[in-house]
Design a protein around this ligand. Structure first.
Ligand code: ZN
Length: 104
C-alpha cells in the first residue's frame, strides 16, 4: 500500500516542504494526492488556473496539483498568487472565468 500523499514529483512528503523560497515566495515543495489516488477518478473538472479576487491576477498551477483539486476539492486550505507572491486562504480565489470558489 503506497502513501496517499506525495510531493509533486512523486517523492515522499518532506517535513520542510512548507519552507518559503524568498526569491519566489513559493514553498520549497507542494503536497499532492499520489498518482494512484488521482487515478481513482475526478469529482470535479480539471481546472488549471484561478483568479485572486484581491488583486485580479490569474495563477496557473501544475497538472498534478490541478488533478488533486479535481479528485479531492477540499485537499488544500490555501494557495499561491503569482502577482502577490504569497499564499492566501482559498476563499480569496475563484476558478478563472467563473464565480466558483477554488476548493469547492
Ligand atoms: Zn494576488
Amino acid at each position: 500500500m503506497s502513501d496517499r500523499r506525495t510531493m509533486t514529483d512523486g517523492s515522499p512528503v518532506t517535513p520542510d516542504h512548507r519552507d518559503i523560497n524568498p526569491a519566489t515566495g513559493q514553498q520549497k515543495g507542494y503536497v499532492i494526492l499520489s498518482a494512484e489516488e488521482r487515478a481513482k477518478g475526478f469529482v470535479r473538472p480539471i481546472r488549471r488556473s484561478y483568479k485572486h479576487l484581491t488583486c485580479g491576477s490569474v495563477t496557473t498551477m501544475g497538472l498534478a496539483i490541478a488533478e488533486t483539486y479535481a479528485r479531492e476539492p477540499g485537499f488544500y486550505s490555501g494557495t499561491f498568487c503569482v502577482e502577490c507572491r504569497s499564499h492566501f486562504p482559498l476563499a480569496q480565489f475563484v476558478w478563472e472565468g467563473t464565480n466558483e470558489a477554488v476548493g469547492s
